[in-house]
Design a protein around this ligand. Structure first.
Ligand code: PAF
Length: 284
């Protein structure tokens, strides 16, 4: 596996592959790889000839009081893991090269970004869509793979690609979970042992919602939200940012729960660690 740190180099390599008729795939990441990331890389490996993984902790998508400075980072460890699943190129640009003095462009997707995580983290999605646009132009992939754990992010990126005519196929990969049900995330590394039960309440809340939907002929959005909140608020460490049942594509609140609905959760553990989870409730 080759490690590349400049946009000029990664673009030249990708163009060389493309001229040879090879298909290129990108897995954008912020590093500190876990099985969830590795699953995205394996998915890309199955679909393309050359897999590029970008590793960049993007300052634009962090708010002023968020965890940019403490975000876990170990390039050597990540290189070993990526190489182990057959990644061809790891692209790890420097912040000053990504955003040199004078950088003034912002990519904004309207609508889909206004609620949910966009409401709790103003500017977050502009940071994501700006960096992802740059990464697409730098790595020139045919295919890009994103995790469904960040469900809103995936919907926003699909919109971005459609609106700005990026000739890229976007693949969503299902959430990868620990055996205990916890959705894998780099931020799980912040959890202390005594915070684990609280962290597990997200996936347990989802299970309760699914059980409710199985056992009742018709279940309302409010019943689902109440059941999930009840499970989460058993733990005093938990603060709910949102529990919403929305349409999978538009992300607009659902009035009835059906197979187009998705339950989205964001919960803070001890006001420090923001965890996300989601699932279909019916037809999952
Ligand atoms: O999902 C992430 O890790 C990040 O938001 C992404 C897509 C790599 C952009 O920085």
């Amino acid at each position: 596996m080759k490690v590349v740190s400049t946009a000029v180099d990664i673009q030249a390599l990708s163009l060389t592959y493309r001229r040879k008729g090879l298909r290129v795939g990108l897995v954008p990441t912020m590093g500190w790889f876990h099985e969830g990331h590795l699953a995205l890389m394996k998915e890309a490996r199955k679909r393309v000839d050359k897999v590029i993984v970008s590793l960049f902790v993007n300052p634009l998508q962090f708010g002023p009081n968020e965890d940019l400075d403490s975000y876990p980072h170990d390039l050597d460890r990540d290189c070993v893991l990526a190489e182990g699943v057959g990644v061809d190129l790891l692209y790890a640009p420097d912040t000053k090269l990504m955003y040199p003095n004078g950088f003034s462009t912002n990519v904004h997707v309207r609508g889909l970004t206004s609620g949910l995580c966009g409401g709790d983290r103003p500017g977050h999605f502009d940071g994501v869509t700006t960096v992802v646009s740059k990464l697409f132009n730098q790595t020139l992939p045919h295919v890009a793979v994103f995790g469904e754990k960040d469900f809103q992010q995936l919907a926003v990126i699909r919109r971005l690609v459609q609106d700005l005519d990026f000739p890229i196929e976007i693949i969503g990969h299902p959430i990868v979970r620990e055996k205990n049900g916890l959705a894998m995330s780099s931020r799980n590394s912040y959890l202390k042992a005594d915070e684990m039960a609280a962290a597990l309440s997200l996936s347990q809340g989802i299970k309760q919602a699914q059980k409710l939907a199985r056992n009742k002929q018709e279940v309302s959005v409010q019943e689902i939200r109440d059941a999930v909140a009840h499970e989460i608020l058993k733990h005093r460490e938990c603060g709910i940012d949102y529990i919403e049942v929305v349409d999978k594509t538009s992300l607009q609140p659902c009035s009835v729960v059906n197979s187009q609905s998705i339950l989205l959760l964001a919960v803070k553990i001890n006001s420090r660690i923001r965890l996300l989870d989601n699932s279909q409730i019916i037809g999952s």
